[in-house]
Design a protein. Structure first.
Length: 588
RNA sequence: GCGCCUUUAACUCAGCUGGAUAGAGUAACUGCCUUCUAAGCAGUAAGCCAUUGGUUCGAGUCCAAUAAGGCGCGCCA
């Protein structure tokens, strides 16, 4: 788990600090505490591998020109025993560091030795994190927004795992509350329509084919009217029809409440199975499917209201129980229990987060939210604070809405009309690899247009192919050389000392940054850093491939050295693709 | 009206805690396969970093205001 980039960077810092220490004892530098400086990686590689702005920030303290200070620092600097071969003063007073060959071979060596684990860090060691994502309503199929949330959540969970956290993935099943009522009502209305004279006629005419019946009823809102606040999607009609086929019209003679109960009991498990299946196809598997109903059944929901009341954070108004969230940073107070005695969605959700952080004791809970729920965050944090839980242990990743673009036109996503494009439809149309890659190619917080035409296209326009192509190229290259008698695995990284082409050096430098990229992605909750890393690695490889022939290298030593480099690149590429759960084709 | 997000090349976006001449990909144009996969590479062209002001050695990056767009502001979830 060596991070050679970080190591080199801290060496550069130490070199300067050492030098400053000597300058102070020589009386050439002021003794008072000096301002902190930064070691950065210059964009222009002629400025070295690392650059320090120490001389510039210390100009005031020294009462000298930055370049003069830089000269003093360089005079006293000792590079022995470090990965650096020289230092330079440049520009307004930057101190630039240049790495030695030793470092480059150490990088390749590390990648190959750590193998499938290269890139893993211990940043999150000992911390348990729960990532909750998608959590789509089980009342219907998933839409495009869930597709983005799924890719981001799963990617993020994997990244956190690589950063050393102990990670669990969870789906929160809203199998209680108002939307289940609505679900039951919708199912019942459709069922009763099917049992009616008109419904029986449609079924007879359509030869009992569910698809045809759904379409006929869905499109004939005059004969089969539906009220405002129900689910209109065809999936509801399909459930009702399937139930009818299995159980007949007998249920229609039962009281409404009983009908709804039975219909929900029939359709809900089917929907949840469907969610699990679709997500499985999307390569997402959860550690837990957490049911909201368990929080109602074990009294947690009730207990939350009691706890908040005990702590003095509730009051009654107009027959309802309110939470004083405005005292804790929310813009207004919120209703906990309605005047009719039924708790709002908020209460079980507080109970759920309390369960994550207190009952199950996760150090962190991470939720992936659509931007349309961002206003919900302050009240949830307020609730945790009121319960004595550190609200910073809950992190919410906001992801902006997705626009679907087809033929240059924007689709509006509408759940209510039942016409939204579902996740399973999307996955039928585009490769899973492309979907997972695309949704992780932008920061969660960016508004982004998903171009259906582009994702379907199997061409160079599609970055996922570009990356996979690099992988396939290396595979066949290595195979070819192995066939011609090269014992690829036996060469060690010391041979890399002879590499000096810029394409080779750039490639190695980028290899070294993987651990840091993973840490950074974990810290900022941004999986797009990984896809971008993969694309950059592929780019550098393609450039190297073009400029430096392995097979026809000038010398045998060079050939072996490049072969080792290819192995290292292949390894890093494989690891990033593993994180993203994207196929690693050996041939294309 | 209030809050959150966004605004960088024709299009889609990078730009790490402020640093040296603002970068990719796509689209456009020009080259490169008798030699490891041309799903590739090299090159050309393309920019008032939305606008204005402020902070300092130094601002695409930080602060404020303005403008445009997205999303919220229920005893819905």
């Amino acid at each position: 788990m060596a991070d050679l980039l970080k190591l080199a960077s801290s060496q550069a810092r130490e070199i300067i600090l050492d030098s400053l220490g000597r300058l102070v004892s020589l009386g050439k530098a002021p003794a008072e505490p000096l301002p902190d400086f930064i070691i950065e990686i210059p964009t222009d590689k002629s400025h070295g591998d690392f650059a320090a702005n120490a001389a510039m920030v210390m100009a005031k303290a020294f009462r000298l020109a930055p370049r003069k200070i830089a000269e003093l620092i360089c005079e006293e600097a000792v590079l022995d025993g470090t990965y650096f071969e020289r230092m330079e003063i440049a520009g307004p007073g930057f101190i630039n560091f240049f790495l030695s060959k030793k470092w480059f071979s150490a990088v390749a060596d590390t990648v190959i030795c750590e193998g499938d684990g290269y890139g893993r860090t211990k940043t999150g060691a000992g911390k348990r994190v729960l990532v909750e994502f998608v959590s789509a309503n089980p009342t219907g199929p998933m839409h495009i927004g869930n597709a983005r949330g799924g890719a981001i959540g799963d990617g993020l969970a994997e990244i956190l795992d690589w950063a050393g956290y102990s990670v669990e993935r969870e789906f929160y099943v809203n199998d209680a509350g108002n939307q289940i009522e609505k679900f039951g009502k919708s199912l019942d209305l459709r069922y009763m329509q099917l049992c009616s004279k008109d419904g029986l006629a449609v079924m007879a005419k359509s030869g009992n084919e569910t698809d045809k019946i759904c379409e006929a009823i869905y499109n004939d809102s005059e004969t089969f009217p539906m009220p405002e606040d129900v689910y209109l999607g065809m999936d509801i009609i399909a459930h009702a029809h399937n139930f009818f086929m299995e159980n007949g019209a007998g249920l229609s003679k039962q009281p409404e409440e009983e009908r709804r109960k039975q219909l929900v009991a029939y359709a809900l498990p089917k929907n949840i199975d469907g969610l699990e299946k679709d997500l499985g196809k999307y390569r997402i598997t959860y550690d837990t499917w957490f049911r909201e109903s368990t929080l109602h059944n074990d009294g947690s929901v009730k207990k939350i209201v009691e706890m908040l009341t005990e702590r003095g954070y509730t009051y009654e108004k107009e027959g309802a129980i309110w939470f004083k969230s405005s005292e804790l940073g929310d813009e207004k107070d919120r209703v906990l229990v309605r005047a009719n005695g039924i708790p709002t969605y908020f209460v079980p959700d507080i109970a759920y987060h309390y369960n994550k952080l207190v009952t199950r004791g996760f150090d962190k809970a991470i939720d992936i939210f659509g931007a349309d729920h961002h206003g919900y965050i302050p009240r949830m944090k307020a609730a945790l604070t009121a319960l004595g839980v550190d609200a910073d242990r809950l992190d919410i990743v906001i992801m902006q809405m997705v626009n679907l673009v087809k033929d240059g036109e924007k689709y509006k996503l509408s759940k209510r009309s039942g016409k939204a494009i579902t996740l399973s439809t999307l996955l039928d149309e585009i490769p899973i690899d492309a979907a997972r890659f695309f949704f992780n190619y932008r920061e969660p917080n960016s508004h982004f247009d998903f171009d259906l035409d582009l994702a379907v296209e199997k061409s160079s326009q599609n970055p996922v192919f570009y990356v996979q192509y690099a992988h396939a190229r290396i595979c066949s290259l290595i195979t070819a050389l192995r066939v011609s008698g090269y014992d690829v695995e036996s060469y060690n990284a010391e041979e890399l000392d002879i590499l000096d082409k810029p394409q080779e050096i750039e490639l190695i430098r980028h290899l070294a940054s993987l651990p840091e990229v993973i840490d950074s992605a974990a810290k900022t909750y941004d999986p797009s850093k990984i896809t971008k890393y993969a694309v950059e690695l592929a780019t550098l490889f393609h450039k190297f491939y073009d400029a430096c022939s392995v097979k026809n290298a000038e010398t045998e030593e060079l050939k072996k050295a490049r072969l080792v480099l290819c192995r290292a690149v292949l390894q890093a590429l494989r690891n990033t693709l593993s994180i993203l759960k994207i196929d690693k084709p050996e041939k294309m």
